[in-house]
Write a protein that binds this ligand. Structure first.
Ligand code: SAM
Length: 267
């Protein structure tokens, strides 16, 4: 179990069956699906924050087809080497990577957190052995220095919250697109391709990079998988539908994944 804290007063939360409570009497009921909602209404940035249901469905279809399994396998390898006792997946989405981690980390207390309740509901269907949380990465509901490891795949994170919640010597693995990730797809969808922002713009004091690598491999996608890939990303609503349609008709033989993976350690 992770050391959860109350989102209102930051006191430790303890559970009696499905009810979580702090010393100040703030109380949270675990949903019957298994997740705990620790996102206070004043910390939501919209009524339904996070990815849309269409994006979630597309991501689940694409991930479950195994197209990013090499990414998941590499995440598992990097994190298993750390042998963490506690791990939190920040912005876990519908839980693909979090769930695959359970096989690599028997005995680790694993939590998956996302601001989207719809995403967490999907995640709950993957496993009951993971502590699923609706919460924001900007306010992690875990105690100071309580995490051995944190993971963040294609999601936003807060440096301050990583520094606060990781124990000294603990690690955070950040995973995101490298400059030429899915470049041929982007070149077909837009007149000009915008550069991919650097995964890490400025490293804060208190964290050091211990491993920095780019995982590359080719994807050979059927039209339905290509449609899921477009739909799970902002390309689905940013690019013109006729461009998307043309792409689905022609296919995309030379599509390359370029996933940057940066492992950092709290000093
Ligand atoms: C691109 S998806 C990645 C999901 C998952 N990590 C994966 O790669 O399959 C980004 C996720 O971040 C979540 N998200 C966005 N802002 C967040 C925040 N402040 N705190 C927690 N999750 C957030 C979204 O709801 C979405 O599920």
């Amino acid at each position: 179990m992770l050391d959860l804290i109350c989102p209102q007063c930051r006191e430790p939360l303890t559970a009696t069956e499905r009810n979580w409570r702090c010393a100040n009497g703030h109380s949270y009921d675990q949903a019957r699906q298994g997740y705990l909602n620790l996102l206070l209404v004043q910390h939501k940035n919209s009524r339904q924050p996070g990815d849309t249901p269409t994006m979630l469905a597309c991501r689940q279809a694409f991930l479950d087809a195994g197209h990013y399994q090499p990414v998941s396998d590499e995440i598992n390898r990097l994190i298993a080497e750390l042998a963490p006792r506690t791990l939190l997946d920040m912005g876990c989405g519908e839980g693909y990577y979090t769930h695959r981690l359970t096989a690599a980390l028997p005995g680790t207390a694993i939590g998956g957190l996302d601001i989207s309740k719809d995403a967490v509901l999907k995640a709950c269907r993957r496993s009951r052995d993971i502590q699923w949380l609706v919460a924001s990465s900007a306010r992690l509901p875990v105690a100071d220095a309580s995490l051995d490891a944190a993971l963040c795949v294609f999601s936003p994170w807060s440096w301050d919250e990583c520094l606060r919640s990781l124990r000294p010597g603990g690690h955070v693995l950040l995973v995101g697109p490298d400059a030429d990730h899915l470049l041929s797809l982007r070149a077909k969808l837009y007149d000009s391709v915008h550069p991919t922002p650097e995964l890490i713009k400025q490293l804060p004091e208190g964290l050091r990079i211990v491993n920095d690598q780019v995982l590359r491999y080719a994807l050979d996608l059927k039209p339905a998988d290509l449609a899921s890939l477009i739909g799970m990303t902002p390309h689905g609503f940013r690019s013109r539908p006729e461009r998307q349609q043309a792409l689905l008709e022609t296919g995309l033989p030379e599509l390359e994944v370029a996933m940057r993976m940066v492992l950092l350690q709290r000093c």
